[in-house]
Design a protein around this ligand. Structure first.
Ligand code: PAF
Length: 280
C-alpha cells in the first residue's frame, strides 16, 4: 500500500494512472461505513484512492475537532484488507498553507439542517472536497448516505462547477441495534451508547407512523421528539421531514420524504436519516 503525504508526490503518482479512479475521502478513524465505500470503489473502479485528513475548516472553534477520534495505525491496518492503490494523508500545511484565503460556498442546500446548526461545516466540506477533487482527479467519488445533506451539497457543487467526477452514494451501515456507524460513536460511554439507539428507533417510528397512513409531518416529528426525550443523556438538535431533492420542510408527506435527525448524546452530536417512500 502506497502512502503519500504531499500534493506534489500525489500528482507525480497520478500522472501514471489511466482508467477509472475511485476516491474515498475520510477524516480517519475508519469504520465499517468507510469500508463499505472502499469496497464499492474497489468494485466499480480500476484504482482506489483513500484520503485520511481531519479537515479543520469544517469545524467551528466550539465544535469537537480536538476530540474527534484519530487512529492512523488502526486505519492503515483495516485498509490493508482492500485493494488500495494510494492512501493520501496530507498535513494541514499542505492543504491550508499560511495565507490560505479561498473557500467554497454552496448557498442554498447548505443553509438548513446541519448548515444551520454548524455554520462553517459545509463551507469547510465543499472547500476540502473541491481541493481533493483537483488534486486526486477522481473519475468517481464515494460518500455515505448517512450524511445525506453532505451528499446533496457535493452533488450540487459538482454540477454547478462542471466538475467531471461522478458522485456515488452508498447506503448507511448500522450496528445490529440500528445505530448508524460513525467515528463519533467511539466517544460515547457505555450508557450513552445504549441511549444512542433511540436515534434509529425514532426514525423507525417515523417509518411506522407513515406506513400506517399518517401524512402530517408535525405529528410524526412530535412523536419522534417525545421518544428521543424519553431516554437519558439525549438532547435533540433538530428533527426534519423534508423533500429529498431540495430539503424543503414538508407539512404534509405526499411523496417521498427525507427524515433527518441530529441529537446530542451526552457531549457527542450524532446525525442519522431515513427515506420514506410514497409506496411505504
Ligand atoms: O464525511 C466526511 O468524513 C467529511 O466531511 C469529508 C467528506 C471527508 C470531508 O472532510
Amino acid at each position: 500500500m502506497n502512502t503519500i503525504n504531499t500534493i506534489h508526490n500525489f500528482r507525480t503518482w497520478r500522472k501514471e494512472i489511466t482508467g477509472s479512479l475511485g476516491f474515498v475521502p475520510t477524516m480517519g478513524s475508519l469504520h465499517d461505513g468507510h469500508l463499505s465505500l472502499v469496497a464499492e470503489a474497489n468494485k466499480l473502479c480500476t484504482h482506489t484512492v483513500v484520503s485520511i485528513y481531519l479537515n479543520p475548516a469544517q469545524f467551528t472553534p466550539d465544535e469537537d475537532l480536538a476530540t474527534y477520534p484519530q487512529n492512523l495505525k488502526h486505519d492503515l491496518k483495516v485498509l490493508s484488507q482492500f485493494q488500495i492503490n494510494t492512501i493520501f494523508i496530507p498535513t494541514d500545511s499542505e492543504m491550508y498553507p499560511r495565507g490560505y484565503s479561498t473557500y467554497m460556498q454552496e448557498t442554498q442546500l447548505s443553509t438548513v439542517l446541519e448548515g444551520r446548526s454548524r455554520p462553517l461545516f459545509f463551507q469547510g466540506v465543499a472547500t476540502v472536497v473541491a481541493k481533493f477533487f483537483n488534486i486526486v482527479r477522481p473519475t468517481h467519488a464515494f460518500f455515505g448516505e448517512k450524511d445525506a445533506q453532505q451528499c446533496l451539497v457535493i452533488e450540487k457543487m459538482v454540477s454547478d462547477l462542471n466538475i467531471r467526477t461522478g458522485i456515488l452514494k452508498v447506503p448507511t451501515v448500522r450496528d445490529a441495534d440500528g445505530l448508524a456507524v460513525s467515528s463519533r460513536n467511539l466517544n460515547l460511554s457505555k450508557s450513552e451508547r445504549d441511549s444512542a439507539t433511540i436515534i434509529y428507533k425514532s426514525l423507525f417510528l417515523a417509518r411506522k407512523l407513515h406506513s400506517e397512513g399518517i401524512k402530517n409531518a408535525n405529528f410524526i416529528k412530535k412523536a419522534m421528539s417525545e421518544l428521543i426525550r424519553s431516554v437519558p443523556f439525549t438532547k435533540q438538535d433538530y428533527i426534519s421531514i423534508s423533500e429529498p431533492s431540495n430539503l424543503k420542510e414538508l407539512d404534509l408527506i405526499e411523496c417521498d420524504a427525507l427524515v433527518s435527525v441530529a441529537v446530542f448524546v451526552g457531549k457527542t452530536r450524532l446525525i442519522d436519516n431515513i427515506y420514506l417512500n410514497s409506496t411505504d
